[in-house]
Design a protein around this ligand. Structure first.
Ligand SMILES: *Cc1c(COP(=O)(O)O)cnc(C)c1O
Length: 222
């Protein structure tokens, strides 16, 4: 019951209004079920193949979030059931999500990934690219995606001031886009930021969703 304890301890430390996405990537069904039995319902995976395999084996009422980089040709494998996509980083990808969601007669919640880190390797759009996306005619015609907010990953560094600055930038970007494009859309409300190493700072900077793997499930062995 180690996971149950870690989960309970963890939930005590995060304020109400901040949602916990338990990142179960690379973890076996048994451990996910342990967290499920302890009451956790929202889980995050970052590989389409793993998520598609886990979905039918685990309880129906799990809310699966896809938190990784999503390739367009793989959207179809998770579109029938995925609750939220955190890594939308192009209009083309969003168009494919809309198409597959339509095919499945459902609406898929999406977060736009914003590039906030210094590292080149992290995916995501900058502010003007996000604005370009929202300004297209094509975007205004998507009926089966719901844009719920933004997601970002800070630089992997021990410089906490920098991490704080990057999270702060994401919140600024969120507020700006909210004001300009989503003033009357209550569903644009999420800022997905914070992982095991930096979630406290993320919460202080306005996170509404933290994505936690290691602190709940322990270290990952690849
Ligand atoms: C793996 C992963 C996490 C969780 O990281 P931990 O450090 O294990 O908490 C969060 N977000 C994304 C996008 C990830 O890929």
């Amino acid at each position: 019951m180690e996971i149950e304890q870690r989960l309970a301890t963890f939930l005590e430390t995060i304020p109400e209004g901040v949602q916990l996405v338990a990142v179960s990537k690379t973890k076996p069904d048994e451990l996910i079920l342990e967290a499920y039995t302890a009451g956790q319902r929202v889980f995050g995976e970052n590989k389409v193949q793993d998520l598609a395999a886990k979905y039918p084996r685990l309880p129906e009422d799990i809310e699966w979030h896809f938190i990784g980089h999503l390739q367009r040709n793989k959207v179809k494998y998770i579109a029938p059931f995925v609750a939220m996509l955190h890594g939308i980083d192009s209009l083309k990808l969003l168009a494919e999500v809309n198409k597959q969601a339509t095919k499945n007669q459902r609406t898929i919640k999406c977060l736009l990934q914003i590039h906030i880190a210094e590292e080149e390797s992290k995916f995501g759009l900058n502010l003007s690219e996000a604005e370009d996306l929202f300004n297209t005619d094509q975007f205004s015609q998507f009926k089966n995606v719901q844009i719920c907010g933004l997601m970002g990953m800070a630089t992997y560094t021990s410089n906490l001031a920098q991490v704080r600055k990057e999270f702060n930038n994401l919140r600024d970007t969120f507020q700006l886009l909210k004001k300009k494009y989503f003033t009357h859309d209550q569903s644009f409300k999420e800022i997905s930021m914070g992982m095991s190493g930096d979630y406290q700072i993320a919460i202080e900077e306005g996170s509404t969703m933290i994505r936690i793997g290691t602190s709940i499930f322990g270290n990952r062995l690849y």
